[in-house]
Ligand binder design. Sequence first.
Ligand code: ITT
Ligand code: NA
Length: 210
Amino acid sequence: MLRYVTTNPGKVREAREYLGDAVSQLDFDYTEIQAADLAPIAARGAREAYRHAEEPVLVDDAGLFVRGFDGFPGPYSAYAEDTLGVEAVRRLVDAELDDRRAEFRCVLAYCDGEPFAATPDPVDRDDRVTAAATGAERDDQETEPLPVKLFEGVVRGEIVEARGDGGFGYDPIFEYDGATLAEMDAAEKNAISHRGRALEKFGEWFVERQ
Ligand code: ITT
Ligand code: NA
């Protein structure tokens, strides 16, 4: 059984929509280190979650990166949602920026305690992600680092007035191709979303791993 490590049921709904019943939620609040990128946060989280669960884990770290704010809230998106709230983030963009462009990023980090093949993975064409996946990501807690494989997805859109009541988090204020993510069902959102794209890369790779 593959455990999808998150406290957020919205993420699990989308993962199960894509990967099916082979995944179940592991409601585990791993330590989120401070970092400018999602990848090291997810990688550390996957190692911690694997040590805790002792079965294959997939950690999902995501964030909203507003271009005109140099990527804020980015890795601090959950904190910004909890403190300011989604509507205040939208008002900030409205008040401060003419450029409404933003992107959602999602990094999935997989760990099952086993090493990965050293040969370049033809499916994973993102150089930065592949570099991190080869063990370049250091594990301070162990002399022998646990290998972690990373999969990244991005969707580019714009911050708009809230519309729709599907999805979760920042979905109502993020528009892609004329619709907000909250106006899409889980399958429609997966077809274009940061998470859907990361899940697709993971799914193709995981079939070969099995
Ligand atoms: P876990 O860490 O337990 O997985 P979380 O909700 O705290 O749950 P993150 O740390 O990845 O997740 O924080 C991401 C923030 O971005 C959080 O405020 C989410 O609501 C939001 N978010 C993540 N994915 C999203 C998506 O697909 N659509 C809208 N908002 C999203
Ligand atoms: Na979190």
